[in-house]
Design a binder for this molecule. Structure first.
Ligand SMILES: Cc1ncc(COP(=O)(O)O)c(C=O)c1O
Length: 340
């Protein structure tokens, strides 16, 4: 196990272009995608319990077709690849990506619709439900060492992409459509859904790649140039930590990379982002509490965002607004563990 990713900044062909939330051309090229495409986005923004002070609004991303915010990113990363491939037969289009879970499901569904070859690199501790789902969708799943966060999976995918040019590597940590899609869809939807009164003072989001945090920030700054981004990562593996990952558990979907490595999308904003951390036990408690209060199931990263938003909101005034995101609704394993 290398302790660094020397390659994370090295030049690499990444098949991005500017994301578009107009998909008509894609659907006319591949009508099989219509049902997936038409059910991505347009998710509700709800007001959630606060602890006084600012009102808190959360974007509920489990309403996407595969149940998470990553459905947007899957579509956005696949679209330019498919557009560029055009009407040519798809048998030589090989898709390569790595994922902790949610993105993997969404990409696998898109690839299955088109009968595309997909290699998905996941960590060896991935739940069997994920592995079964990916295999059912026809993905070729490769597992790498667990306990070290996403780094070994990224490294393996980079290595494969470099050694065999037949793979089209989506590379979610470097592919800028991952930011653009959140600016043009998630962020624009939030702007349309927020109440007209109130000053948007903070935007709180868990950092996986940082695509959601940065993309939505760019959109929110059209309404309030001073909105402060708050990046949330697990206390067990915070953003930018110099420590290597320890192998302890953290809420899924978000994490620092360890070894002092900072996510490329987030790094340029380091001086303006407020960092917050939430431990896995606290995130689980937050899932429980939110479900008891509202009847709504939210995932660990959503609970972490809610906890940070609440604490922050309590320090603000009633005319201020904190916006956050609930990326998914949690896994069956977590809900079983919590006794639901
Ligand atoms: C549950 C969950 N929360 C948060 C995130 C973080 O999203 P991003 O990669 O946009 O930072 C992800 C990403 O996979 C996720 O699956």
């Amino acid at each position: 196990m290398e302790s660094r990713i020397p390659d994370i900044d090295a030049p690499l062909r990444v098949p991005g272009d500017s994301a578009s939330n107009r998909w008509e051309d894609l659907i006319s090229l591949h009508p099989e995608l219509e049902s997936f495409v038409s059910s991505v986005g347009g998710t509700p923004l709800i007001q959630v319990p606060d602890e006084g002070g600012a009102r808190i609004f959360a974007k509920c991303e489990w309403h996407n077709p595969c149940g998470s915010v990553k459905d947007r990113v899957a579509l956005a990363m696949m679209a330019p690849v498919l557009r560029r491939h055009g009407a040519r037969p798809l048998d030589d289009l090989w898709i390569l990506e790595y994922s902790g879970g949610n993105l993997a499901r969404a990409i696998a569904v898109v690839c299955e619709e088109l009968n595309l070859r997909l290699r998905m690199i996941v960590h060896s501790g991935a739940p069997s439900s994920l592995l079964d789902a990916l295999k059912d969708h026809g993905a070729d799943v490769e597992q790498v060492l667990t306990g070290y966060g996403l780094l070994p999976a990224i490294l393996r995918a980079v290595e494969l992409a470099r050694s065999d040019p037949r793979w089209t590597f989506l590379y979610q940590h470097r592919n800028t459509v991952n930011i653009d899609i959140h600016e043009t869809t998630t962020g624009v939807e939030i702007l349309d859904q927020l109440p007209a009164d109130g000053r948007v003072s903070h935007w709180v989001a868990s950092i996986g790649t940082g695509g959601t945090l940065i993309g939505v920030l760019r959109a929110l700054r059209r309404r309030s140039a001073t909105v402060v981004p708050v990046g949330v990562t697990p206390a067990e593996l915070p953003y930018g930590t110099d420590e290597p990952p320890t192998g302890s558990e953290w809420y899924h979907g978000a994490n620092g990379m360890g070894n002092g490595i900072r996510q490329p999308f987030v790094r340029p904003y380091d001086s303006e982002i407020q960092q917050a951390t939430v431990s896995y036990p606290d995130a689980l408690r937050g899932m429980n509490e939110f479900r008891r209060l509202t009847g709504i199931a939210i995932g660990g990263s959503a609970a972490a965002n809610w906890i940070v938003a609440k604490h922050l909101g309590a320090t603000l005034t009633e005319d201020e607004i904190v916006v956050t995101v609930f990326p998914d609704a949690g896994t069956d394993q977590e809900w079983q563990r919590l006794g639901w």
